[in-house]
Design a protein around this ligand. Sequence first.
Ligand code: FAD
Length: 383
Amino acid sequence: MTFDYVVAGGGLQAGLLVSALLHAQPVAKVAVVERADRLGGNHTWSFHAADVPAGAWPVVAPLVGASWPGYRVRFPGCRRTLKTAYHSIASDGFDRAVRRLLAESGGTLRLNAEVTAVAADRVTLAGGEELRGRCVIDARGASGDPGRCGWQTFLGLEVELDSPWPDALPTVMDATGPQDGGYRFVYALPFTPTRVLVEDTAFADTPVVDKPPLRERVADYLQAAGVVSWRVLREESGALPMPWAAAAPTAGVPLLAGAAGGWFHPATGYSFPAALRLALAVAAVPPERATEAAAALAARLRWRLGFARFLNRLLFRAVTPSGRWRVFRRLYRDLPDAVLGRFYALEFTAADAARVLVGRPPPLDLSRLFALPEVSPCPPPLR
Ligand SMILES: Cc1cc2nc3c(=O)[nH]c(=O)nc-3n(C[C@H](O)[C@H](O)[C@H](O)COP(=O)(O)OP(=O)(O)OC[C@H]3O[C@@H](n4cnc5c(N)ncnc54)[C@H](O)[C@@H]3O)c2cc1C
């Protein structure tokens, strides 16, 4: 049998592809091959309403686990509530939803299956079995050296509380705490009044995630919020590259998708906006034209991705680590919701980009910007 689409890897990009493909082409035969025993790993993926292009909500909705009508940010001397809806996808619900979509369409899901080779027309599994496809997409996640980059490091605890969390809205950045080790903030997602994900995040120069002190920071934040006792349900941690020298996504055969193909926002480390756009573009054309559609999208996004990489270079090379928080306070203090939404969604205009750059600069260290030789602090492999 030849499938219409064979997707290697069963993470965020694969799930968005499955949903977009089966929405646009309900009779398409799709196969997904994942090495783990479930789809989506151990993640909470969040995104802004503006990350979803007009008309694309039905593609995303089956995956969404929680939604809020707005979100907050807090900096010294600046608090703001944004009236932009915020959503999150949790691995458990993602796994169930993608399995259901595949099952309902007669698709194929191979779990506990290691992909050993991906070619233009087939995916080879450990043991030699081959799945053939009219379109083969490699979405096996980040791998290799991300090049010169800063890092978004984080550790989050999802906790069950003995008393209600004091806020029904997410706090996407609370940077009122100590600014050590880079731009440091707490991220809090209240899924229910008594179940919340609290993450300590830093835009740091190295990918080191030293877990014990980060757990203590999260505990301190919970205590400061008035929580007396809690039970940890789940822990997630990671280090996302924020590159300034990596190449833009390219569209080849087989198609390299997701983080592996560079389909993520360099200035946030987040995959959702680029991965969704790629899924929608691929789903809008027949399998044989997927690469062409991806190439057109890559061309449309190119300058925006380049601008985001330029911002990373400024942030990580020119701004002192302890002064980075001022960059984000300025953005959230000065920019309207719509501009921030377009920035996160990779849909910003040239005028938006100018507004992101304009303003009183934070403390700069220009010697770092052009320092040579510049050695990557990044120790891959990520896969
Ligand atoms: C804890 C955490 C939180 C994050 N939060 C967000 C967020 O809020 N919003 C956002 O947009 N991004 C977020 N990110 C970034 C985002 O998770 C990744 O960039 C995104 O998952 C990339 O999607 P992907 O499909 O390319 O790769 P992945 O989601 O990593 O999926 C790759 C899949 O391929 C499988 N695989 C790999 N090799 C093989 C093989 N040889 N054979 C078979 N299967 C294989 C893996 O097991 C995995 O399931 C977060 C990352 C982490 C670590």
